[in-house]
Design a protein around this ligand. Structure first.
Ligand code: DX5
Ligand code: ZN
Length: 822
């Protein structure tokens, strides 16, 4: 009788297969690597055909290594990376390479998904987000928008997991596990139809393999039978046709089963370069600071809660690589750390080297070592880093506990298991016993368990896990350890809130307040001094700044007096009464009017506002300078008409003595051909700069100010800084909200660009647009902005526009003055 099963783990770099016996022992295994292609920064693709090739080689290799006869295998089950998205034609053939889980191209789409405010988003921090560009819906939305022909031709949009199961059995089907954790799908509600409708892709639900070719429901839970191997697949993997294929799922989640996490109150802690906490929960929970629960995600009737730390083992590896002699063994560092008492004599480390996933969900957070003294040595630092990571896990557990979930035991797998010291620190800090299991390949063993249950070799997953997962040892928290870490844990918990303003660039408004650092007289500039990393000192004065191109040489004399200009954004005004809004702004003392000209053609700016004819009408309604923010894919289409409208006629000459306006174009659309594949970033940026310089010349030809805008996600290009220094543009607009709509939250992360630009170009006019309120205006002004665009806050001000402008001006000038101190 067949009494072996095969588990397959489709990973990022390779696919591995192993033949297991019914005690969970590996009798033979084999791995076949495949490549990842990186067509652009942040993109990552794989070829589905490569996975299929690797699967054949790995299964045949594992069988050969085990010596088990193909006829003695009862079933096969595969887990894969998640969310790796593939688009298949009606024939099941891939229409393009797969978007690998780590592919970040759909960041803009992810932000829109997050902003859709749909009940399906509850599983992300209780609706507070985030939504990752890694997931299914943002990736599918990207396909629909960037490659509409692929999207239209796709009969099926699914995952690596579903592609493999289909090739094995011929059945169009989906993994309930992947869907529950990364597709915003819910076992009781089904697909997120209202979310997909809000995003304009309601047809995506029919492209998901919710039903198979015969119309049968095809969302299959882990361990359900997908079908039998087709003749072709059987020949490919070297197993008999008809052999049972069981449904798997996402590697880490199937790994829970391989760690014996099958009951409520059990948790898996997967350690490596990052930490992942996955707990089994008896009832649904949603809340801030964790992800999930995902209903029925791994086992029917149970729910999965998720926490994660982005950098953990990678932090220790970083220290060893950068601060220790080459080849220093981990055991030597552990021994040095062992000699240091718990709490590292006051030294505390923040493990957020790559940001924080939970509980703070802050990509801008960074690592830190606080409390250093001259007494501290290498062992202290090593211990503090270990403690920082373990404290990060402990804080995640506390956050979950506050929502009603506290694990009774944690099955730990991965790199941390190699350090007895680190294990004990984890146990003492979290106060929960750790279990270490025999098989280090938890996802493959999880697959083996599912295959064995599907084949009827065990009655349930619980029974199979009881037999196939061997607990090797337990690390229990020691009462003295728990006590000793009480204070260090509190110290750790206080560190992030204390440092977060620094990571967000919000320190300017805090540090120099209160007169302790009064503005000092400006140092006399030395023409020989090079660029400085910090912002130059500038006086906050009230005389108007010069208009027109910057003529100051890069390191020339300090800038002259600069005033803060306030520009209400008409996007937030009543569109049925724009003329009245212009007059109101004029009477209220606005300096400019900000006019968003969007035509919906640019994928990053999904709104359609107004065009040149309306701008011409506004020109006639007010004497205020109209500062037009042109966020379109093809500025050339509208530029001449818009310029004539802003300038009040073909030759320039604004009517009524009003100041000249300006037009700002987006850097990102400066010549799509320049962004083509294979073009080096530097080459592309200099091509973009050339294109922008051409537009700027045309804008200036009308007597208007020429500007360039950067979306929040666009880093400050060196070529733009060069262009600004050379006086090729008059102003740079830094968008602090995603292009398209007002009323979004201020993205403080963009202030770094403002500071950098101000340091490089003391005389440049810098506009910060979006999310400006009395709270954020001082930050923007303190960073070096001299024009602030505010829409919803100003037009929504309870005391009216004039009061709002006064409040904003006072707040912003306070921020600018505070930033002047050296
Ligand atoms: C966003 C626009 C902004 C917007 C700002 O794409 O470019 O000008 O109107 O509005 P608030 O201040 O409401 O975010
Ligand atoms: Zn704007």
């Amino acid at each position: 009788m067949a009494k072996y099963v095969i588990g397959v783990d489709g990973g990022t770099e390779s696919l591995r297969a192993a033949v297991f016996d019914l005690e969970g022992r590996i009798l033979g295994s084999h791995a076949v690597p495949y490549d990842t292609q990186y067509p652009h920064p942040g993109w990552a693709e794989q070829r589905p055909g490569d996975w299929w090739g690797a699967l054949g080689g790995a299964v045949r290799g594992a069988l050969a290594a085990s010596g088990v006869a193909p006829g003695a295998v009862a079933a096969l089950c595969v887990d894969t990376t998640c969310c790796t998205v593939v688009a298949l034609g009606a024939d099941g053939e891939p229409l393009r390479p797969a978007l690998l889980w780590m592919d970040m191209r759909s960041a803009a789409q992810a932000a829109r998904v997050a902003a859709a405010d749909d009940p399906a988003l509850q599983v992300n921090g209780g609706g507070r987000g985030p939504v990752s560009a890694e997931w299914m819906v943002p990736k599918a939305l990207w396909l629909a928008e960037a490659e509409p022909e692929v999207y239209a031709a796709a009969a099926t949009i699914c995952e690596f997991q579903d592609y493999i199961n289909r090739r094995l059995t011929g059945r169009r089907c989906a993994s309930a596990n992947c869907m529950a954790v990364r597709w915003h799908w819910d076992s009781s509600r089904g697909p997120p139809l209202s979310l997909l409708s809000k995003l304009g892709i309601p047809d995506l639900a029919s492209k998901w393999p919710l039903v198979d070719g015969e119309g049968r429901p095809a969302v299959l839970a882990p361990g359900e039978a997908v079908g039998g191997l087709t003749e072709e697949a059987a020949a490919h993997v070297g197993l008999p046709p008809g052999l049972l294929v069981a449904q798997g799922g996402a590697d880490a989640f199937i790994g829970m089963l391989g760690l014996g996490v099958v009951e409520p109150g059990q948790m898996a802690l997967l350690t490596g370069s990052s930490h992942l906490q996955l707990g089994m929960v008896g009832k649904p929970l949603h809340g801030a600071g964790f992800f999930g629960t995902y209903s029925d995600a791994v086992l029917p009737g149970l729910h999965v809660i998720e926490g994660g730390q982005t950098s953990t083992g990678s932090v220790l590896a970083w220290f060893r690589r950068t601060c220790c002699p080459p080849g220093t063994p981990y055991s030597v560092l552990d021994a040095e750390a062992e000699a240091v008492p718990p709490g590292s004599e006051g030294l505390v480390a923040l493990d957020h080297f790559q940001g924080n996933r939970t509980p703070h969900t802050d990509p801008l957070s960074r690592g830190a070592l606080a409390g250093l003294t001259l007494k501290h040595g290498r062992g202290h630092v090593w211990r503090a880093l270990m403690e920082g990571v373990a404290a990060g896990t402990a804080i995640i557990l506390r956050t979950m506990a506050a929502a009603g979930y506290a694990p009774a035991s944690i099955a730990l797998a991965g790199g941390a298991a190699n350090s007895p010291l680190w294990l004990q620190i984890h146990a003492d800090m979290s106060g929960v016993p750790l279990r270490l299991t025999r098989c280090s390949d938890a996802p493959m063993l999880g697959c083996a368990i599912l295959a064995a249950v599907a084949a009827g070799l065990y009655g349930s997953v619980g029974e199979a896990a009881g037999r196939m997962v061997g607990v090797e040892r337990e690390v229990v928290p020691s009462p003295e350890g728990v006590e000793a870490y009480r204070e260090p844990l509190r110290r750790y918990a206080a560190l992030y809130p204390a440092l977060a303003p620094i990571f967000r660039g919000e320190y300017d408004t805090h540090t120099h307040r209160g007169g302790a650092l009064a503005p000092a007289p400006l140092p006399s500039p030395s023409p020989a001094s090079g660029p400085s990393a910090s912002a130059p000192s500038r006086p906050a004065a009230s005389a108007p700044a010069r208009l027109g191109p910057s003529s100051a040489p890069a390191w020339g004399p300090p800038p002259g007096p600069r005033s803060l200009l306030l520009a209400p954004s008409l996007l937030a005004a009543d569109f049925a009464a724009l003329g009245a809004a212009c007059k109101e702004a004029e009477a209220a003392g606005a300096d400019w009017l900000h006019v968003d000209v969007f035509d919906g053609s640019w994928e990053l700016c999904p709104n359609f506002t107004l065009g040149p004819p309306v701008v011409a009408a506004l020109r006639g309604a007010t004497a205020l300078p109209l500062d037009c923010h042109l966020a379109v894919q093809y500025p050339d289409r509208h530029l001449d008409a818009l310029l004539a409208a802003v300038a009040g006629g073909p030759g320039g000459r604004p009517p009524g003595g009003g100041g000249a306006g300006g037009v700002t174009v987006h850097w990102e659309v400066a010549g799509p051909e320049a962004w083509a594949e294979g073009v080096e970033a530097e080459q592309r940026d200099s091509a973009a700069a050339a294109r922008v310089a051409g537009w700027a010349a045309r804008i200036r030809g009308y007597g208007l100010r020429a500007g360039v805008a950067l979306a929040p996600s666009t880093p400050l290009p060196g070529a733009l800084v060069g262009l600004a220094r050379a006086g090729g543009v008059d102003q740079v607009l830094i968008l602090a909200v995603d292009p398209g709509f007002g009323g979004q939250g201020f993205q403080g992360g963009v202030l770094g660009k403002v500071r950098e630009l101000r340091a490089a170009c003391p005389d440049l006019r810098i506009v910060v647009d979006g999310g400006i309120s009395a709270l954020t205006a001082p930050q923007a002004a303190g960073a070096g902005a001299d024009v602030l665009v505010s829409g919803s806050w100003l037009f929504g001000h309870p005391q009216g526009l004039a009061a709002g402008l006064a409040e904003l001006r006072a707040a912003a000038e306070g921020g600018a003055a505070a930033a002047v101190a050296p």
